[in-house]
Design a protein around this ligand. Structure first.
Ligand code: 5GP
Length: 183
């Protein structure tokens, strides 16, 4: 199974431990505040679902779906909002949750877009950070793990919409996938 689904990079137990730590920190930081957590779909949904259950302040959730073109394809860097927020965030304390920050294009675009809706505060949380790939500078308040410059899958992250259900994070060996004739 592991040969097919890439080389495990972060085991399930380590993810669980780190998500718990992040939840504890976020709980302390948002004590007495009205928290709105925004999940960036699709990649962050597994992390998001685990994270909210480790945060112990009253909170509401909302979702945005985006697709990014540019950073990885070396074109102009365009982020398209496929599905926008369904609630008003004006005057609220907002925490935006992303799966992985690569160039930073997606998150910096979302940061500006959400900031323009005038929340009381806006912080960023990412499960994974490919630090060495960063092109767009932005403050990430909560980071799960720094990862090397490899394509990773699992725990919500996909390769062509597959592998999101893996309970761990793995480095995808594209040649394995092609060999097996999978998408
Ligand atoms: P950025 O805009 O920071 O360059 O890229 C962020 C987005 O690219 C993420 O939300 C994710 O959808 C995708 N991405 C970047 N690196 C990876 C990776 O290693 N694996 C997967 N599955 N998606 C990635």
């Amino acid at each position: 199974m592991e040969r097919i689904f890439g080389k495990p990079l972060i085991p399930q137990r380590e993810i669980e431990k780190r998500v718990k730590e992040l939840g504890t920190k976020i709980t302390a930081d948002y004590e007495g505040k009205e928290l709105v957590m925004i999940c960036v779909l699709k990649g962050a949904y597994v992390f998001f679902a685990d994270l909210v259950r480790n945060i112990h302040v009253p909170l509401s959730v909302d979702f945005m779906m985006v697709s990014s073109y540019g950073a990885r394809a070396n074109s102009s860097g365009v982020v398209k909002i496929i599905s926008d927020l369904s609630t008003t965030i004006k005057g609220k304390d907002v925490l935006l949750v992303e799966d992985i920050v690569d160039s930073g294009l997606t998150l910096s675009y979302l940061y500006r877009t959400i900031k323009s809706k005038k929340p009381k505060s806006l912080k960023l949380c990412a499960l994974l950070d490919k630090v060495e790939r960063r092109k767009y500078d932005l403050p990430i308040d909560y980071v799960g793990f720094a990862v090397p410059n490899k394509f990773v899958i699992g725990y919500g992250l996909d390769y062509r919409d597959n592998y999101r259900n893996l309970p761990y994070i793995a480095v995808l060996d594209i040649s394995d996938v092609e060999l097996l004739g999978r998408k």
